[in-house]
Design a protein around this ligand. Structure first.
Ligand code: NAI
Length: 331
C-alpha cells in the first residue's frame, strides 16, 4: 500500500474548503489508491467551525483518509506537507482600497511562505487559490526562496474549465470531447481565454473549435467576456462566490500536475514565467502546460495572432502593476 500524502488546505473552514476537503479525502485530487492525511489551517475566529469540519470528515468515514490535523498554528499546519492548497486569504470588502487588501494578503503570504519553506516536505507542490491568486503566489515564491520556483503555481484551471464548459454548451457536445483551450495571464477579468488551438473530438477526428462554432464574432466577443465575468455571474446568482467549481478545478490542477496530462492535451496553470511567448519573466502568469513525471512544461511554439498578442500583453501589464503594488506594500 502507498504511504499517505499530507495535503494542506488553508482557509479550510471557508466555502471552498468545505467543498474541497471531501474531494481530497475521496481521492479526487491524488487518485483512488492514494491515502491522504489532511492538514487544515484557519484563523482563530474560525477555529470552532474548522473543528466542525474535522468532525464531519471523521463522520464521513472516508477509507483513504488516514488522519486529520485541524489547527490555527501555521507551523503545525505546514509540517511535512507534500501538497499545499492555499485557499485562505483576506477578501476585498466594500469600500476597501486595492492597496489595503493587497497589503493584508502580502503579509499573510509572506508569513505562510516562511512556514512552508521551513516545515513542508522537500519538493512540496504549492497551489494558490486565494485572490489575487497570481500575485499571492508570486509573494509566496519570493519569500520561500528554497522552494523551487517550478513548485509554486496558482489556479486558473477554473477559468480553463469554464471555457471548456461554454464551448461544450454552445456546440452541444460532451465537455470531455473539448480540449486545448488556453487561459493566458491573470486570474482576473483581464485574463484572455483563447480558443485558437482548441479542438473537439468528432466521429471524423479532432476538429478546430473555430471551424465548428463558425462565429468569430461570438468567439472574439461574448465567449471571452462570459468566461472573464463568470465569477461575478456566480456571485450574483448565488450570493456567494464559486466554491464547488473552484474546489473541483483545484483537484484537476493538482491531479494533472502530479499524475500527468493525457497525451495531446494541455491545460492552463499559473506558473512562474520564463519569458515564453514574450511574457515578462518574473510574473506568475497562466500558460498552456503539459505535465509528466510530476513536472509541468509550457507548451511551446503555438502561433499567436495579433488579436491574441494584444490581449496577452494587456493581462501581463495588469500583473506587472499588481506586482509593483504588492512590492510597495513591503516597503
Ligand atoms: P471564504 O471567505 O469562505 O473562506 C476563506 C477562509 O480563509 C475563511 O475561513 C478565513 O477565515 C480563512 N482565512 C483568512 N485568513 C487566513 C489566514 N491568514 N490563514 C488561514 N486561513 C485564513 O472564501 P472562499 O469562498 O472559500 O474563497 C477563498 C479564496 O479563493 C478567496 O480569496 C477567493 O477570492 C478565491 N477564489 C479563487 C478562485 C480561483 O479560481 N483562483 C475561484 C474562487 C475563489
Amino acid at each position: 500500500a502507498k504511504e499517505p500524502m499530507r495535503v494542506l488546505v488553508t482557509g479550510a473552514a471557508g466555502q471552498i474548503g468545505y467543498a474541497l476537503v471531501p474531494m481530497i479525502a475521496r481521492g479526487v485530487m491524488l487518485g483512488a489508491d492514494q491515502p491522504v492525511i489532511l492538514h487544515m489551517l484557519d484563523i482563530p475566529p474560525a477555529a470552532e467551525a474548522l473543528n466542525g469540519v474535522k468532525m464531519e470528515l471523521v463522520d464521513a468515514a472516508f477509507p483513504l483518509l488516514k488522519g486529520v490535523v485541524a489547527t490555527t498554528d501555521v507551523v503545525e499546519a505546514c509540517t511535512g506537507v507534500n501538497v499545499a492548497v492555499m485557499v485562505g486569504g483576506f477578501p476585498r470588502k466594500e469600500g476597501m482600497e486595492r492597496k489595503d487588501v493587497m497589503s493584508k494578503n502580502v503579509s499573510i503570504y509572506k508569513g505562510q511562505a516562511s512556514a512552508l519553506e521551513a516545515h513542508a516536505a522537500p519538493n512540496c507542490k504549492v497551489l494558490v487559490v486565494a485572490n489575487p491568486a497570481n500575485t499571492n503566489a508570486l509573494i509566496l515564491k519570493e519569500f520561500a526562496p528554497s522552494i523551487p520556483e517550478r513548485n509554486v503555481t496558482c489556479l486558473t484551471r477554473l477559468d480553463h474549465n469554464r471555457a471548456l464548459g461554454q464551448i461544450s454548451e454552445r456546440l452541444n457536445v460532451q465537455v470531455s470531447d473539448v480540449k486545448n483551450v488556453i487561459i493566458w495571464g491573470n486570474h482576473s477579468s483581464s485574463q484572455y481565454p483563447d480558443v485558437n488551438h482548441a479542438t473537439v473530438k468528432t466521429s471524423s477526428g479532432d476538429k478546430p473549435v473555430r471551424e465548428l462554432v463558425a462565429d468569430d464574432e461570438w468567439l472574439n466577443g461574448e465567449f471571452i467576456t462570459t468566461v472573464q465575468q463568470r465569477g461575478a455571474a456566480i456571485i450574483k446568482a448565488r450570493k456567494f462566490s464559486s466554491a464547488l467549481s473552484a474546489a473541483s478545478s483545484a483537484c484537476d490542477h493538482i491531479r494533472d500536475w502530479v499524475l500527468g496530462t493525457p497525451e495531446g492535451t494541455f491545460v492552463s496553470m499559473g506558473v512562474y514565467s520564463d519569458g515564453s511567448y514574450g511574457v515578462p519573466a518574473g510574473l506568475i502568469y497562466s500558460f498552456p502546460v503539459t505535465c509528466s513525471g510530476g513536472e509541468w512544461k509550457i507548451v511551446q511554439g503555438l502561433p499567436i495572432d495579433e488579436f491574441s498578442r494584444k490581449k496577452m500583453d494587456a493581462t501581463a501589464q495588469e500583473l506587472s502593476e499588481e506586482k509593483a503594488l504588492a512590492y510597495s506594500c513591503l516597503e
